[in-house]
Design a protein around this ligand. Structure first.
Ligand code: ADQ
Length: 489
């Protein structure tokens, strides 16, 4: 490749994701308050500074009037964001329905919705139509902003139709698609009613990326078994056209976390928290309140640990931070009740007049407080039942330069493949195993702790989100160049 190809980051990059990295609150007819939102992808892409990125996505609010749409578009432009407007009904069917009620659970091995199954199956088709329609609306906005040579990077399970919509419009657009969740075994995936259409739509991309080699392999198997296409070491081939399929594990902006620890405000928080927890060992969980995060399983394991280790009962606290998400979905409301009930029971059982073993908070925290919490933690407890990667584990490690605490990590998180050698890996379904891991972690000799921490720290600080994005984008450029060479030969 020539010199120009080696400097792809001066190119324009259109990052298309369901949600923009800001949330908007309307303050008047034409005034908006914009706030940065929490999420894995947001954290990851905050680290990218090397090329000109523009975000395209849903602003998270429905705006019906032209005045509002115009003023929001202008306000977002200052943050290099472009809104895709979706109406309420479409959001309900596309986002709450097809994305969160069908694709999300299926991709995390929870299967297709079973409760009220007749209604779900009947409405499946209308949700799928809404999904395609929403993807088409995203494509329309991308087309409006596209300039020749731009790279379009589509993100996640919300936008599986986008590569197809874009390529149908202009076959020369460089299109990449990255999935942030797991891609499940083809045995699970093939239960999906719209299984073929989805795969074909994704395969329109030039490059398809996953967090782990296993997810990439599952995807290729799905394509070979369901579509009869050919799986090659490079990806999936059909009638001479290759879609490259690659594993690109995400990282975090570790530098930001390493530096944050030195910030005066973080130092204040650290002091405050250390006083608050009064010399007890601190265990930490930070999750969105989602079934995939295995929060009830984690609490049950902690309960078992307390039961079996009475001497630890007043010497350890589990700080569990659970940010509510998708609060209008009934399953998530049920989960909240379930978690509250278990926390109440454990605190009632093992609490004293002045302390409780679980400090549970249903809210999100700012970066400073979060970093301070990571820094004072002795043992991080991540028990996802399935998780594409899990960036909380990365953030924890990045903040532990002085404490060198222990990471207990589910083997079903993508991160287990990168932090496995330093972490204690557990099967989150096995409450006995997790309880012993807690005991092992709390009693671990400092030498072993330091060795394990060092291993993970080196990994986290060298495999950053910046590197992830750069690799993906340059691979996408190379893929397109190679494909052009192939067709001109
Ligand atoms: P998530 O499921 O959101 O992301 P994760 O990767 O752990 O999971 O990222 C969560 C982010 O939200 C972290 O940056 C964390 O700091 C932040 N966060 C969580 N709780 C918070 C709180 N209470 N206060 C403040 N911030 C909080 C999806 C996939 C993951 C995948 C990422 C990125 O499910 O598996 O790793 O995308 O690809």
């Amino acid at each position: 490749s020539n010199e120009k190809d080696k400097q792809p980051f001066k190119q324009r990059l259109l990052v298309v994701a369901n949600r923009l990295p800001v949330s908007a609150v309307r303050k008047g007819d034409d005034s908006w308050q914009l706030e940065v939102t929490v999420g894995g992808l947001v954290s990851a892409l905050l680290g990218i500074t090397d090329f000109e990125a523009k975000w395209i996505g849903w602003p998270g609010v429905t705006v019906h009037d032209e005045v509002g749409r115009k003023s929001l578009t202008e306000a977002l432009a200052e943050k290099r964001c472009v809104p895709v407007f979706l109406d309420e009904n479409l959001v309900h069917l596309y986002y709450n329905g097809y994305c969160n009620n069908i694709l999300w659970p299926l991709f995390h091995y929870l299967g297709l919705p079973q409760e009220d199954s007749l209604a779900t199956i009947c409405s499946f088709q209308s949700q799928f139509e809404a999904y395609k329609k929403a993807n088409q609306l995203f494509a329309d906005v991308v087309k409006e902003h596209y300039q020749e040579g731009d790279i379009v990077w589509c993100h996640d399970y919300h936008l599986m139709f986008l590569p197809k919509c874009l390529k149908e419009h202009n076959a020369n657009i460089k299109v990449g698609w990255f999935l942030h969740t797991p891609f499940p075994s083809s045995e699970i995936y093939r239960t999906m009613p719209s299984r073929s259409e989805l795969l074909i739509a994704v395969l329109a991309a030039d490059l398809v990326g996953f967090h782990t080699y296993d997810y990439a392999r599952h995807f290729v198997s799905a394509c070979t078994r369901i579509l009869g296409f050919e799986g090659t070491p490079e990806g999936v081939e059909d009638q001479g056209r290759l879609t490259r399929v690659v594993a690109f594990p995400i990282g975090n902006d570790s530098d930001r976390f390493v530096k944050a620890i030195q910030h005066p405000q973080v130092k204040n928080h650290i002091k405050e928290f250390e006083e608050r927890f009064g010399g007890r060992k601190v265990m930490l969980g930070v999750d969105r309140l989602d079934m995939i995060k295995g929060i009830p399983q984690k609490l049950l394991a902690f309960e078992k640990f307390l039961e079996e280790n009475p001497s630890w009962q007043d010497k350890v606290v589990l700080v569990q931070i659970a940010v509510p998400t998708r609060t209008d979905v009934p399953e998530y409301q049920k989960l909240t009740c379930q978690v509250h009930e278990i926390v109440g029971r454990i605190n009632g059982r093992f609490g004293t007049l002045t302390t409780v073993p679980i400090h549970h908070l249903d809210r999100s925290f700012d970066q400073h407080a979060l970093c301070a919490l990571y820094a004072i933690t002795d043992v991080a407890l991540i028990t996802s039942l399935r998780d594409g990667m899990n960036l909380v584990s990365y953030e924890f490690v990045a903040c532990q330069a002085s404490k060198k605490g222990v990471l207990i990590l589910s083997e079903f998180a993508g991160a287990a493949q990168s932090l496995g050698a330093g972490a204690i890996l557990v099967n989150p379904w096995n409450v006995t195993e997790v309880a012993s891991a807690i005991s092992y972690a709390l009693n671990m000799p400092s030498e072993e702790r330091e060795k394990r921490h060092h291993h993970n720290y080196v990994h986290v600080t060298t495999h950053t989100s910046q590197e992830w994005a750069e690799t993906f984008v340059s691979e996408l450029n190379d893929t397109v160049v190679e494909a052009q060479l192939r067709t001109t030969q």
